[in-house]
Design a protein around this ligand. Structure first.
Ligand code: UDP
Length: 313
């Protein structure tokens, strides 16, 4: 297959490029490096099957030759990033998705949208099944991401229904692992980098809010299983194991052997109280289940940050 990955230099996008190349596909990576990093794809620059196109997919998407699949992963994805880049976030979720769909349609390629658990907002139903419509504040600070992704899902379904495009929608829950940026702002990277540097581990609120953390290898395997399937309705991919943020802090401190203290900070506005995917559909349709435990994943991610970041300073 020849696969276009928008956001291919990002955290998830670059892992997808790796997996696709490893199985023998050709990859066209499109990125404007708004939040992606050249270092994430530096090891691919000499690969025969890899091509980088530097482009903002909110403006246009331009790829020569045949394309079998377009995977749309371009977007800021950390709350810190989309608060700093609200307009770009809205544009890449809306115009960027439209352009990427247009490319898929022109090439008669399959299309996979990277959607998000944020479409459920601060959920009133727990765990979150794909049938739940969500509880999103459109004018709150997270609305720029949540509503852009909700629009992205709607336009993807419209292309499926009206243009017969071969589409998929994956709702990605909190995912972590190597190649997150040390200053990404998300909780796993923040905690590990703080623990390794001996800085305070910053728990927002009282730490009783929950998330379910999926290791990147499991996530990528789920995404590729969905691409291979013929399922057009949204599918949650994420860990069904739920932890409080305080429990995560404890695990990170233990696994890294850190003596960092915990420091409590105010809870961000509209921070979801609880989040855990109902993964029944992923299990039944894709035969997918995550296998990497949180402790093991934190260990692997800490090794990455240790060698890449702390080791260099
Ligand atoms: N969080 C935290 N300390 C940090 C960063 C995040 O306690 O240094 C909390 C945040 O308030 C949220 C959870 O961790 O409750 C997950 O935040 P993240 O930004 O990783 O992703 P979200 O799931 O909120 O999109």
């Amino acid at each position: 297959m020849r696969v276009v990955v928008t956001g291919g230099a990002g955290f998830l996008g670059s892992h997808l490029c790796d997996r696709l190349l490893a199985r023998g596909d050709e990859v066209v990576c499109i990125d404007n490096f708004a939040t992606g990093a050249r270092s994430n794809i530096a090891h691919l620059s000499e690969h025969r099957g890899f091509r980088l196109v530097e482009q903002d997919v909110s403006n246009h998407v331009d790829v020569d030759g045949a394309v079998d699949a377009v995977l749309h992963f371009a977007s800021p994805a950390s709350p810190v990033d989309y608060l700093e880049m609200p307009i770009q976030t809205l544009k890449v979720g809306s115009l960027g998705t439209h352009n990427s769909l247009g490319l898929a349609k022109a090439k008669q390629a399959a299309f996979l949208l990277a959607s998000t658990s944020e479409v459920y907002g601060d959920p009133l139903v727990h765990p979150q099944a794909e049938s739940y419509w969500g509880n999103v504040n459109p004018v709150g600070p997270r609305g720029v991401y949540d509503e852009a992704k909700r629009f992205a899902e709607a336009i993807t379904m419209a292309y499926f229904q009206y243009h017969d495009l071969d589409t998929r929608i994956v709702r990605i829950f909190n995912t972590y692992g190597p190649r997150m940026r040390p200053n990404d702002g998300r909780v796993v990277s923040n905690f590990i980098v703080a623990a390794l540097s001996g800085e305070p581990v910053t728990v927002y609120g009282d730490g009783s809010q929950t998330r379910s953390f999926c290791y990147v290898d499991d996530q990528v395997r789920g995404i590729l299983a969905l691409l291979k399937s013929d399922e057009h309705a949204p599918v949650n991919i994420g860990s069904p194991e739920e932890f409080t943020v305080s429990e995560l802090a404890q695990i990170v401190v233990e696994v890294t052997g850190s003596s960092s203290p915990l420091q409590y900070r105010p809870l961000p506005v509209d921070d979801p109280r609880r989040r855990r995917p109902d993964t029944n559909r992923a299990r039944e349709i894709l035969g997918w289940e995550p296998v990497v435990t949180l402790r093991e994943g934190v260990k692997r991610t800490a090794e990455y940050f240790q060698s890449e970041i702390v080791g260099r300073s």
